[in-house]
Design a protein around this ligand. Sequence first.
Ligand code: HEM
Length: 394
Amino acid sequence: MNYDPLLPEVRANLYAHYAYLRDQAPVYWVESLQAWAVSRYADVVYVLKNPPLFSSSAFFDQLLGEFNPVPEIPWMITSDPPAHTRLRKLANKGFMPGIIRNLAPRVGAIAAELIGRIRDKREFDFVHDFSAAFPVSVIAEMLGIEPERRVDFKRWADDIISASSRATATKEDRQRIRQSVNDARAYFEATITRRRQAPGDDIISAFVRAEEENQALTAPEILSLSILLLLGGTETTTNLLGSTMVTFLEQPDDVAKVRRDPSLISQLIEESLRYHSPVQALFRQTTQAVEIAGTTIPANVTVMPLLASANRDARKFPDPERFDLTRNADGHVALGHGVHFCLGAPLARLEAKVALEALLPQLPSVSTTAQPITWIDSFFVRGPKTLPLAFAGV
Ligand code: HEM
């Protein structure tokens, strides 16, 4: 089996490829990405918890190449300890559990407003009308940026993340990505300048205060952190919600179960993270030669831990190809592992919970007209591209 995730036919049958890799080639050279794919759970965890051996420093060179919107400095996500520790501590201030809890009513109001609009239609696209619009509105609110421009934010985030597939991009794709990189950068530079003049109680203002009070952050660091929150906070949660909806359509009994017992929602979210892995893979760079599963990987090369494969490894999760609402999915790596564990995890979980609580009462009357489901053209993130739904008898 040739695992080349840039090929659409491989992406159409991804999980069979992951199973093959885990069983036959747990460390596999992917020519098109010039990276060693690591597919077993224990090996993926080993890579992620060892920054001295597996550095994040080249993550964006591998993921975004020339489309990095702030190439002049290391970002939090492309730093190793101790530089990473400093940035993470500062960024964490915006994601403390208390702050996320206080955000809950506003997140609920945004979900309710979007569902209200859907209810007025007989047919709608779940991705466009809900799962894409919802997280981008929430993060826009946290960053204090205009929710009305969420269509632009979403386009920038999608285009920048699509740079991961630049090897197969057309000239027009590249021009579009470049435009979004430039627009996002210009927009955030202007917003940061405005916050310096008139600070508010949003995260960008908090970053600006950290810069002014004790030089804790530099201007390009504020820019990169702000753009990172936009990138990290949009497509990922969109894909989690979209994929969860696909499962509901495939396994309607689960909808009934969770409706009867809403305390299952948190468990459902974790199983959905495990099963669907909205972020399929990460990148690291070896700092010295290392042996994994009997293969020696040379120094200074790219390693690609396959989160989605680790999450389906039977060595960790029994009967892994089954979506099982009652499973204990603890230990899944959908949100990463180790020092870079998703900063936005509490927000992502809150968003998913609020969204599902609001959506579940509507679901029994919903069906899809899309068969088969079309998935985003990416090896890096995974979720339905569109999901046309219709209310029965409205
Ligand atoms: C279901 C939704 C999400 C998924 C699956 C997800 C996944 C991940 C993963 C796998 C990483 C690890 C990256 C690495 O090790 O290199 C990560 C890091 C990160 N995520 Fe998320 N994420 C989600 C939601 C969010 C949200 C809502 C935000 C912010 C608003 C966010 C912000 C970040 C940031 C800033 C990092 C970098 C942390 C660091 O470098 O220390 N994520 N995320």
